[in-house]
Design a protein around this ligand. Structure first.
Ligand code: MOS
Length: 725
């Protein structure tokens, strides 16, 4: 199905099931331990062996030699596979750093061997016996230093944008701001580590893994192993969190595949926790300079945003200026991003890549500018709201209600009670309120599904879509139930298997809208097949209460399916609407903090998010996404930072003791309100992304609340107490 005209009334609009607050259909499996995660697959007839990875102990250089003889003789060891034996491999399309093979070391903890043994403990003990002789080279590990040599990447990364004459307008603006903000390297820190089980059957490979994007992984695994894609079967029905860290093939799958080949046994490999930080990917640190010029009435006339980030050779920008291109009006504008070469582990997508760190800076700058203008920060944002793309005014937003979010949020939060900086105190606590806009683009990827009606009246959906804890199973079941006129318990959803049609996958907050749209398209096909089989006129056919009706005839679906059953399969594809209209999601975050007047410790007291993101397919799963994102934003504001050892070139705090994510006690109270809206340009579901929107702006709202509490403006995240005293 090509989606290229605005959605009209359709079966989804019945909202009997879609839009309902249905609990996760996979919830019981998870809470009772029956949902099988990658490392847990266990078939008693399979002679599993265990692989343990060895990571490079230098950040840059070459392996001169490896001595594995002691490891090979160790108790229980079946095989040792080294990067030198494996040799240089082709890199997957989505990988910047190579995953395994050859003598070149690109970053610390790059996988250089896998030891396979009868037990996990034996493999781990033997891995410690591998001797490696390196030729170490100097690397560059400090973004501040590397920034000077940063370059403008090629046009495909869209490094620059401009409209009007920024320099002239900024020079002459009556009120201006020119500040620099920094965000640190951050880690996905998901609960389930990267893990894979590989089993060869002749030249065919099955991999049970933990992947957000089945088809990308399958292609890249095929390239890396140099086998045909069709010979690889990936299985990943449950994923214990990803946050972008599992978008791209990682070393666990490659090591398991090589280990299994050498051991002639199925092999399990889980990356140890420290590898999660230094072997996989992270969100790159940024340095951001923001300049804003405004008239005294608060109208922005010049806005400029420059960002510097770093990555390995061939890497990507952290696109921290993306929102600034679209969020506020102003005729004269410029954005620019520059990429420095760093020899740290690979930088790549982490939840709301670009916009999350970009909003961390921009929304402090907006707060600072409001203060310079003597305007309330909510009012300043409303003055500069826009219904068109400010860089290309002929291009309208498909639907944009940032103003609605700010207004409703102010009212519900009690924003009017906000005081002047440093003016509110309760005992030892200085109290502050902060606000920030939320913004995240709405991305669209093709997504396919197959829907089957069996003679019991059961509807089975198959798509390689993944559920990374987001609720995919549930919203897909709701979509199919609505379309086929059955209750959710009549729908079986099968996900995360490369034998199913290729979906959008989970990423970029596109998964919910795109995968349900693919299921919608497949259900349209199935409805047509049913109507045709029954000789019904498909114009007046109705699917309701487990029956299909037309005129005065009605047939139970169980009967309509016949003995053979019926199948509908289709792909949703995105036409010109996504080009004609700017599609984005909006919100407003409000936060109250207390800052201890003696210690500088910041405690969040309450948080409110108001989101405008099209139809909400399920308010429970959507709320969970938003409160999870708000929690992540609290970590980003107050504690999360990968500490770089700038001499040795690695992230030092590579575990959950050193890399501090929020715990329950850090998050006392969260509210989420969804504006009741639909976006007919976005998809037949009239929905948009929601998961990453919830993160964008939160950290700045906290930073702004800390400023309002204390009068101390911190521009460098995280806002630890040393920066306040
Ligand atoms: Mo998200 S960073 O695209 O998983």
């Amino acid at each position: 199905m090509q989606f290229d005209t605005p959605a009209t009334m359709n079966p989804i609009d019945q909202l009997k099931v879609v839009g309902q607050p249905i609990h996760r259909i996979d919830g019981q499996l998870k809470t009772t331990g029956r949902a099988t995660y990658a490392y847990e697959w266990h078939d008693p007839n399979m002679p599993y062996a265990y692989g343990y990875p060895l990571g490079a102990a230098i950040a840059k250089g070459r392996i001169k030699s490896m001595n594995v003889s002691a490891a090979k003789k160790a108790l229980g060891v079946i095989a040792v596979v080294t990067a030198l034996e494996v040799g240089e491999r082709k890199k997957g399309k989505f990988n910047t750093a190579k995953l395994f093979g050859g003598d070149e070391i690109q970053h610390y903890h790059q996988a250089i061997a896998v030891v396979v043994a009868e037990t996990f403990e034996q493999a781990r003990a033997a891995a410690a016996l591998v001797e490696v002789d390196y030729a170490e080279e100097e690397g560059v590990f400090d973004l501040t230093e590397a920034k000077e040599a940063a370059v403008r990447p090629d046009e495909s990364q869209q490094p620059d944008s401009a409209a009007g004459d920024f320099d002239a307008a900024f020079r002459t603006a009556p009120i201006t701001l020119d500040e620099t903000y920094t965000t640190p390297d951050q880690s996905h820190a998901m609960m389930e580590p990267h893990a894979s089980i590989a089993a060869w059957d002749g030249d065919e490979l099955s991999v049970w893994t933990s992947s957000q994007m089945i088809d990308w992984w399958r292609s890249d695994l095929a390239t890396t192993l140099d086998v045909e894609k069709e010979k690889i079967h990936l299985i990943s029905p449950f994923i214990g969190g990803g946050f972008g860290g599992k978008l791209f093939l990682r070393a666990d799958a490659v090591l398991a595949a090589f280990g299994a080949k050498a051991a002639k046994r199925p092999v399990k490999v889980a990356l140890p926790r420290p590898f999660m930080v230094n072997n996989t990917t992270h969100r790159p640190a940024t340095i951001q300079r923001i300049r804003i010029g405004a008239e005294r009435n608060g109208k922005i006339i010049a806005i400029g945003h420059e960002s510097w980030s770093g990555d390995l050779e061939g890497g990507q920008l952290e696109t921290a200026v993306n929102q600034t291109r679209l969020l506020y009006a102003g005729a004269n504008r410029m954005t620019a991003m520059r990429l420095a070469r760093l020899d740290l582990p690979e930088g790549n997508a982490m939840r709301a890549p670009g916009e999350a760190p970009g909003m961390m800076a921009l929304e402090i700058a907006i707060d600072e500018m409001a203060e310079k203008l003597g305007l309330d920060p909510v009012q300043f944002r409303l003055i500069n709201d826009t219904q068109v793309d400010p860089e290309k005014p002929e291009r309208r937003f498909s639907h944009r209600d940032l103003a609605g979010c700010l207004k409703l949020g102010s009212e519900r939060f009690g924003w009017a009670a906000r005081g002047r900086p440093g003016s509110k105190r309760e005992g030892n606590w200085l109290i502050g309120f902060g606000v920030a806009a939320a913004f995240r683009n709405n991305l669209l990827l093709p997504s396919a599904a197959r829907v089957r009606l069996a003679r019991e009246g059961i509807v089975t959906v198959e798509t390689d879509m993944t559920d990374i804890g987001t609720g995919s199973y549930t919203i897909i079941a709701q979509t199919a139930a609505e379309m086929m006129g059955v209750t959710v318990d009549k729908v079986a959803v099968r996900l995360g298997d490369s034998r199913f049609p290729v979906s959008a996958g989970s990423g970029g907050q596109f998964g919910g809208n795109c995968s349900t749209s693919g299921v919608y398209a497949a259900c349209v096909k199935l409805r047509e097949a049913i109507a045709q089989k029954l000789g019904f006129n498909s114009d007046d056919v109705v699917f309701e209460d487990g029956e299909v009706r037309s005129g005065n005839r009605s047939v139970p679906l169980s009967e309509a399916a016949g003995v053979e059953g019926l199948v509908g399969e289709d792909t949703i594809e995105w036409g010109k609407l996504s080009e004609t209209y700017q599609q984005s999601t909006f919100g407003a975050h409000f936060v109250e903090v207390g800052v201890d007047v003696a210690t500088g410790e910041t405690r969040i007291r309450r948080m409110l998010a108001v989101c405008a993101a099209g139809r909400i397919l399920n308010p429970i799963t959507a709320r969970s996404q938003v409160i999870g994102a708000m929690t992540m934003g609290a970590g980003g504001a107050l504690s999360e930072e990968l500490a770089v050892d700038t001499r040795r070139g690695f992230f030092v705090n590579h575990d959950l003791a050193g890399y501090e994510v929020p715990v329950h006690a850090d998050i006392p109270h969260q509210d989420v309100i969804f504006l009741d809206e639909t976006d007919v340009m976005s998809s037949p579901m009239k929905a948009k992304g929601i998961a990453e929107l919830g993160l964008c702006g939160v950290s700045a709202a906290i930073a702004n609340a800390v400023y309002n509490a204390t009068g101390v403006r911190v521009r460098h995240y995280p806002i630890t107490l040393d920066k306040l005293i």
